[in-house]
Design a protein. Structure first.
Length: 227
């Protein structure tokens, strides 16, 4: 039986009286990822925050893991968010940052999980250095280590390939593939069509508050950027 992770029906959201999301509808099952395309300011980040329960919604329905989320929003430990900020303390080491999150989320066998997360993002040799000594790319990898430490069932990824070199992009694509292979799911945003094949199974464009132009990722590589 197919396990549904997200079911969104007629979702609407306004900020400061301005409509941001208008009657968004889609369903996402386990082992699949959706790429939400759109230009800067289209509402991609807002959509992720609503799906994660950080922001509430105004109308429609949102169900996660088979349960309706109240309109005021509520977070869930089975959901992991990766945005433009690492959500880590720059003056602490990677290991110290991960230890804080391990205590917050009550991760069992924390020491082993921290070591494994650092290794998976290629930062084992740097895990005891403060993040102030990290390059921008290394800080992005550190943020991924936080996500891997928790191992949530649903990833919400906001432009995860932005600013990465080819090696970093390959790393992210591999981590996402492993995540889906273990029965999890993801919603990923991007403004570059050429990134879609590395990020998802289906792509749709968020424009004027609505999701449209649905297509399988294999067909989602036009040369123009979404407007």
């Amino acid at each position: 039986m197919v396990r549904m992770v997200l079911e969104v029906r007629g979702l609407t959201k306004s900020l400061a009286g301005r409509p941001i999301l208008s009657h968004i509808s889609f369903a996402l099952r386990a082992e699949r990822s959706l790429v939400v395309m759109g230009s800067n300011g289209a509402g991609k980040s807002t959509l992720l925050l609503v799906l994660g329960g950080v922001l509430g919604y105004d109308g429609g329905t949102l169900a996660r893991f088979g349960r309706i989320v109240p309109p005021e929003g509520i977070t869930d430990g089975r959901i992991g968010y990766l945005g433009h900020r690492s959500l880590m303390y720059p003056n602490l080491t990677l290991a110290d940052n991960l230890n804080l999150y391990a205590r917050l989320w009550r991760v069992p066998d924390a020491a082993r999980c921290i070591e494994r997360a650092a290794e998976r993002v290629g930062l084992s040799l740097w895990q005891h250095e403060p993040l102030t000594r990290y390059s921008q790319g290394m800080r992005q990898r550190a943020a991924w280590a936080r996500l891997l430490l928790i191992e949530p069932e649903l990833w919400l990824l906001d432009e995860p390939l932005a600013g990465l070199d080819p090696e970093g992009r390959q790393l992210v694509a591999g981590l996402l593939a492993e995540h889906l292979a273990r029965g999890a799911a993801a919603v990923v945003t991007s403004h570059r069509w050429q990134d879609a094949p590395q990020l998802g199974h289906m792509a749709a464009v968020l424009q004027n508050g609505q999701l449209g132009d649905w297509r399988p990722v294999a067909e989602s590589t036009p040369t123009e950027e979404p407007g």
